[in-house]
Design a protein around this ligand. Structure first.
Ligand code: NAD
Length: 384
């Protein structure tokens, strides 16, 4: 599919930029869109990326200089329908990858204004994509990033998106019951409902990826040049737990385990996120199908992660302490957790597991930026 055209919404983000390079390297025509929400919010909250991040135009230029491949850039807000529509008209995508949301649970719980922003940004962006596909790119495949947090932590096994139920002698297949633990996660549930409604009504073609927290900084493309590295956040608002723990270990800041630390989640290496999104795009579902995959490769508790970081940190000469602090969130700290995640493996996903070598690699990439660590951003205690 050398001429396949891919539109990546949220292309300046932690996942969006590495995805753009991954597809570009594989010969796809890539267009990226971003409104720099994440950059601006990080400045507002004094929690900027650990590694200085070139802007999207500079990154695209560097990519073209180093590989000879072009990535088209549009700066704008996809909540503005006319803007999104014009980009879809111009880029004529076969696949639209939707990363362009407010992705932080703590941000969504900061105050009413941030909550309202999260609802408006996440739901209207999804609605606009649905309309733009109908109007300007019928048949195009929407690959949407959801989250494993949509399911919560039920006392039963978590199936891949759907649940078959037998009730009073009759059978039916329904979206797996969902129970979010933050407003952000609630908007992801609402996104899934929106997509499912329009799949049934207009016959859209959609893959909804229930992704766990991502870790890592290195990809084959990002490693080519410092300007190509993804944004990397370690602060309480935008950082994901393992990325945070490694920065904390390097900074000599005790690892902040919330409560008992028995919270289990499914995790995934950034390299595998790229594989999953790519595999989904080259194996699209039929029109009228909402396909759901659980996008994780391993399950760990927070204590497991803290223990691994402490172990590798000590081997590298760091004095790493673990601190169980009062949990600022409402969540179960000791619970059953058994998600199924076979769909992407069946498409060919070859996982990069969380080994000591992977952790050592992360320590080594982050260490030169140690002087940029803002200790005040590591823990603020956003409570709900
Ligand atoms: N990183 C993770 O661990 C993780 C886990 C599960 C799901 N996800 C989901 O994956 C997606 C990408 O996450 P990420 O970690 O790359 O976040 P990110 O904040 O780094 O990337 C999202 C990008 O979208 C842009 N954006 C937001 N609203 C926009 C709008 N209205 N118009 C144009 N651009 C807009 C932001 O500026 C940002 O660059 C999100 O939807 C997130 O919910 C991420």
């Amino acid at each position: 599919m050398p001429d396949m055209s891919v539109l990546i919404l949220g292309g300046d983000g932690y996942l969006g930029w590495p995805t753009a390079m991954y597809f570009s390297r594989r010969g796809r025509a890539v267009t990226v869109v971003d409104n720099y929400f994440r950059r601006n919010a990080s400045i507002e909250l004094d929690s900027e990326s650990l590694i200085p991040t070139a802007n999207l135009l500079q990154r695209a230029k560097r990519w073209e200089e180093t590989t000879g491949k072009r990535i088209n850039v549009f700066i704008g807000d996809i909540v503005q329908y006319e803007f999104l529509l014009s980009v879809v008209h111009e880029s004529r995508p076969d696949t639209i990858i939707h990363y362009a949301e407010q992705p932080s649970a703590p941000y969504s719980m900061l105050n009413r204004e941030k909550a309202a922003f999260t609802i408006r940004n996440n739901l209207i962006s999804t609605l606009n994509i649905i309309y733009a596909v109908k109007e300007a790119a019928p048949g195009s495949h929407i690959v949407k990033l959801g989250t494993m947090g949509e399911y919560g932590t039920p006392d039963i096994d978590i199936e891949e998106g759907w649940l078959e139920i037998e009730y009073k002698g009759r059978k039916g297949k329904f979206l797996f019951p969902r129970e979010a633990s933050s407003l952000y996660h609630t908007t992801k549930i609402q996104d899934t409902d929106l997509l499912w409604f329009y799949v049934r009504t207009w016959g859209l073609r959609v893959t909804d990826l229930m992704q766990g927290p991502v870790y890592g900084i290195s990809t084959d493309e990002a490693d080519i040049h410092d300007d190509l590295k993804p944004n990397f956040h370690y602060d309480e608002i935008f950082g994901t737990v393992l990325n945070r723990f490694i920065v904390q270990a390097i900074a000599g800041y005790p690892l902040t385990v919330y409560g008992k630390g028995g919270q289990k989640r499914g995790y995934i290496n950034l390299k595998d996120t790229l594989q999953c999104v790519y595999l989904s795009s080259i194996n699209p579902p039929d029109c009228g199908e909402l396909r759901i995959f659980n996008q994780v490769t391993e399950v760990f508790s927070v204590n497991d992660l803290a223990g691994k970081v402490q172990h590798v940190g000590k081997e590298l000469g760091y004095d790493v302490h673990i601190h169980n602090i009062e949990n600022p969130r409402k969540e179960k700290e000791d619970h059953y957790y058994n998600p199924k995640y076979t769909g992407l493996a069946e498409l060919g996903l070859a996982p990069h597991y969380l080994t000591d070598e992977v952790l050592t690699g992360m320590f080594n990439v982050i260490k030169p930026y140690q002087h940029r660590i803002n200790r005040d951003a590591i823990f603020r205690g956003v409570k709900w």
